[in-house]
Ligand binder design. Structure first.
Ligand code: AHR
Length: 545
């Protein structure tokens, strides 16, 4: 039985993470990019000294940018801990109300998020998964051991048909991750044929025999996961060749067109991106990137999900903002090899990773989710949206009961986390046109480090309505926003705010609605634009009509 600590990805990441912590100036440059300010040193930002500080924002409605791909709001569900089993799948005979085995409460909650795309079956599990174990009559499916995650029995009751049924029920695009690490080319080729071919062929007929007449549309296919770690410990040169070989046999059947995603870098491994783009850039549609936020930056002692002080609030948000620096650096390499931006950057694993909840299986990665996670989600979305010209998809890890989850379940009970509420509040950004935003905000400084106190992102929908999301990272000080709107003449403004009295506020099964969005009082429109006062530690979403 191996714990999460023993798995290759985080171990390798840990070494890298410690080097990066020492490079605080790089961190600050990332902060500057997130706000649109030009900052080159530690003294560039004024520091808060009063209860309310002012921030100047400009939304450039006259300079529309790229469309925000709705898949940036994507999800990831792995056969890990209680994500699939208990979280999504309870089986048709369960006393928990379900639709063909999928729990109804979770389905309803996820539907409210307009989940655009769902990645499955892993993660590290994907490179140990043999899809034929998960088809046919459930009672006849083999029981295997999930060696990567907790050593528990995997009965394969949730397989290809069940996953694609879930996607159809959610109206989400499936993103399937294939097995390069321990699977054959033939196995991968046959899986795609089984799912997507309409021919009179043995694999399409096997699908029909298993109850599905029509092929599914599978738009996204990942050729391996973390091939630099749990997916096979490969060198980039070797993986680039493996990608070219496996990808050759991922075919487009019966009008289905597959967007092929190559395994990308672990955080700041720029060499991986360089080699992949050089040796396989022409064969891929997308290249992935994985980056997790750890409060301490150390894999062996990540920090608690709920029991943390202001120092870890600050360091968690600061580490989150590194996402901007990482995307910028990987995108620069991609730009050199692919100036037309044909290849998309797919951030298919991101989110917070804490020490597991005390008393839970270390291999299950179960963690609570607080107001801090809500701010992490919002800051990441602002970063993805700022890079909408290159970032085409992002998948939070993971949807239910694992890492930074939307939903937690306990038998028949279910709760929505603060992260869930950010996904719901931000759904107006999905598919809208990004609008450049400039922010001049004071610093929020602690422990000799500083981050901007305010972050903002804006988009315009086809209707002309504008969504403006704002984050106040400071836990004690409100932020008074004076926002100029160029090329925009809205008639009304309304909004919602997510905040709580404590930085570690969270929802429990006894009190599932402690942290939830409420109407936001006081935003005003005037000849000068928009004025609003963001409460401390808050996420605000405004709609300008
Ligand atoms: O999301 C948990 C794990 O993190 C995934 O299985 C793996 O890809 C990464 O190391």
């Amino acid at each position: 039985m191996r714990s999460a600590k023993g798995h290759n990805g985080p171990c390798r990441r840990g070494e890298i993470r410690m080097r990066l912590i020492a490079r605080s100036r790089l961190g600050l440059r990332a902060v500057a990019l997130t706000t649109g300010l030009a900052i080159s040193g530690t003294s560039a930002l004024p520091v808060f000294s009063q209860d309310v500080q002012s921030a100047a924002v400009v939304v450039r409605g006259d300079q529309p940018g790229a469309v925000i791909n709705r898949n940036i709001y994507g999800h990831f569900a792995e056969h890990l801990g209680r994500c699939i089993y208990e979280g999504i799948w309870v089986g048709e005979d369960s006393s928990i109300p379900n639709t063909r085995g999928i729990r109804n409460d979770v389905l309803a909650a996820l539907k409210e998020l307009n989940v655009p795309v769902l990645r499955w079956p892993g993660g590290c599990f994907a490179d140990e998964y043999h899809w034929k174990d998960g088809i046919g009559p459930r009672q006849k499916r083999p029981k295997i051991i999930n060696t990567h995650w907790g050593g528990v029995v995997e009965n394969n009751h949730f397989g290809t048909h069940e996953f694609l049924d879930l996607c159809e029920l959610l109206g989400a695009e499936p993103y399937i991750c294939g097995n390069v690490g321990s699977g054959s080319v033939q196995e991968m080729m046959e899986w795609v044929e089984y799912m997507t071919s309409d021919a009179d062929s043995p694999l399409a007929n096997l699908r029909r025999q298993n109850g599905r007449e029509k092929p599914w549309r599978v738009g996204f296919f990942g050729v391996g996961n973390e091939s630099w770690g749990c997916g096979g410990n490969m060198r980039p040169e070797y993986y680039a060749d493996q990608f070219r070989r496996y990808n050759t046999f991922v075919k487009n059947y019966s009008g289905n067109r597959v967007y092929r995603i190559a395994c990308g870098s672990n955080g700041d491994d720029l060499n991986w991106t360089e080699v992949l783009m050089r040796q396989a850039g022409r064969q891929m549609n997308g290249l992935s990137l994985h980056y997790y936020t750890l409060p301490t930056g150390q894999w062996n002692r990540k920090g608690s999900a709920t029991d943390f002080d202001e120092s870890q609030w600050h360091s968690t948000l600061r580490h989150t903002l590194r996402m901007d620096e990482l995307i910028t650096k990987h995108a620069e390499i991609m730009d050199r090899h692919d100036p037309r931006k044909r290849v998309g950057l797919v951030v298919d694993e991101w989110g917070t990773w804490y020490d597991v909840e005390p008393g839970t299986n270390p291999g299950f990665l179960y963690q609570q989710n607080t107001l801090r996670d809500a701010l992490v989600a919002a800051l990441n979305f602002h970063i993805f949206q700022r890079h909408a010209d290159r970032v085409v998809m992002a998948n939070i890890a993971q949807t239910i009961n694992v890492l930074q989850a939307m939903v937690l379940t306990d038998k028949e009970k279910m709760l929505r986390t603060p992260t869930y509420h950010v996904f719901e509040m931000f759904k107006m950004h999905q598919g809208a046109v990004s609008l450049p935003v400039e922010v001049q905000a004071p610093a929020y400084a602690l422990d000799g480090q500083q981050i901007p106190a305010v972050s903002a992102s804006a988009s315009r929908q086809a209707s002309g309505d504008v969504s403006l999301s704002l984050v106040n990272t400071h836990p004690q000080h409100a932020a008074r926003i004076a926002c100029k709107l160029t090329g925009l003449t809205p008639k009304s403004v309304s909004g919602r705010v997510l905040t709580a009295p404590e930085i570690n506020a969270h929802n429990t099964f006894a009190a599932p609605e402690s942290v939830q969005p409420r109407p936001f009082e006081g935003p005003r429109l005037s000849d000068d634009g928009l004025q609003a006062e963001l409460p401390p530690r808050s996420v605000v979403m405004l709609e300008l009509r």
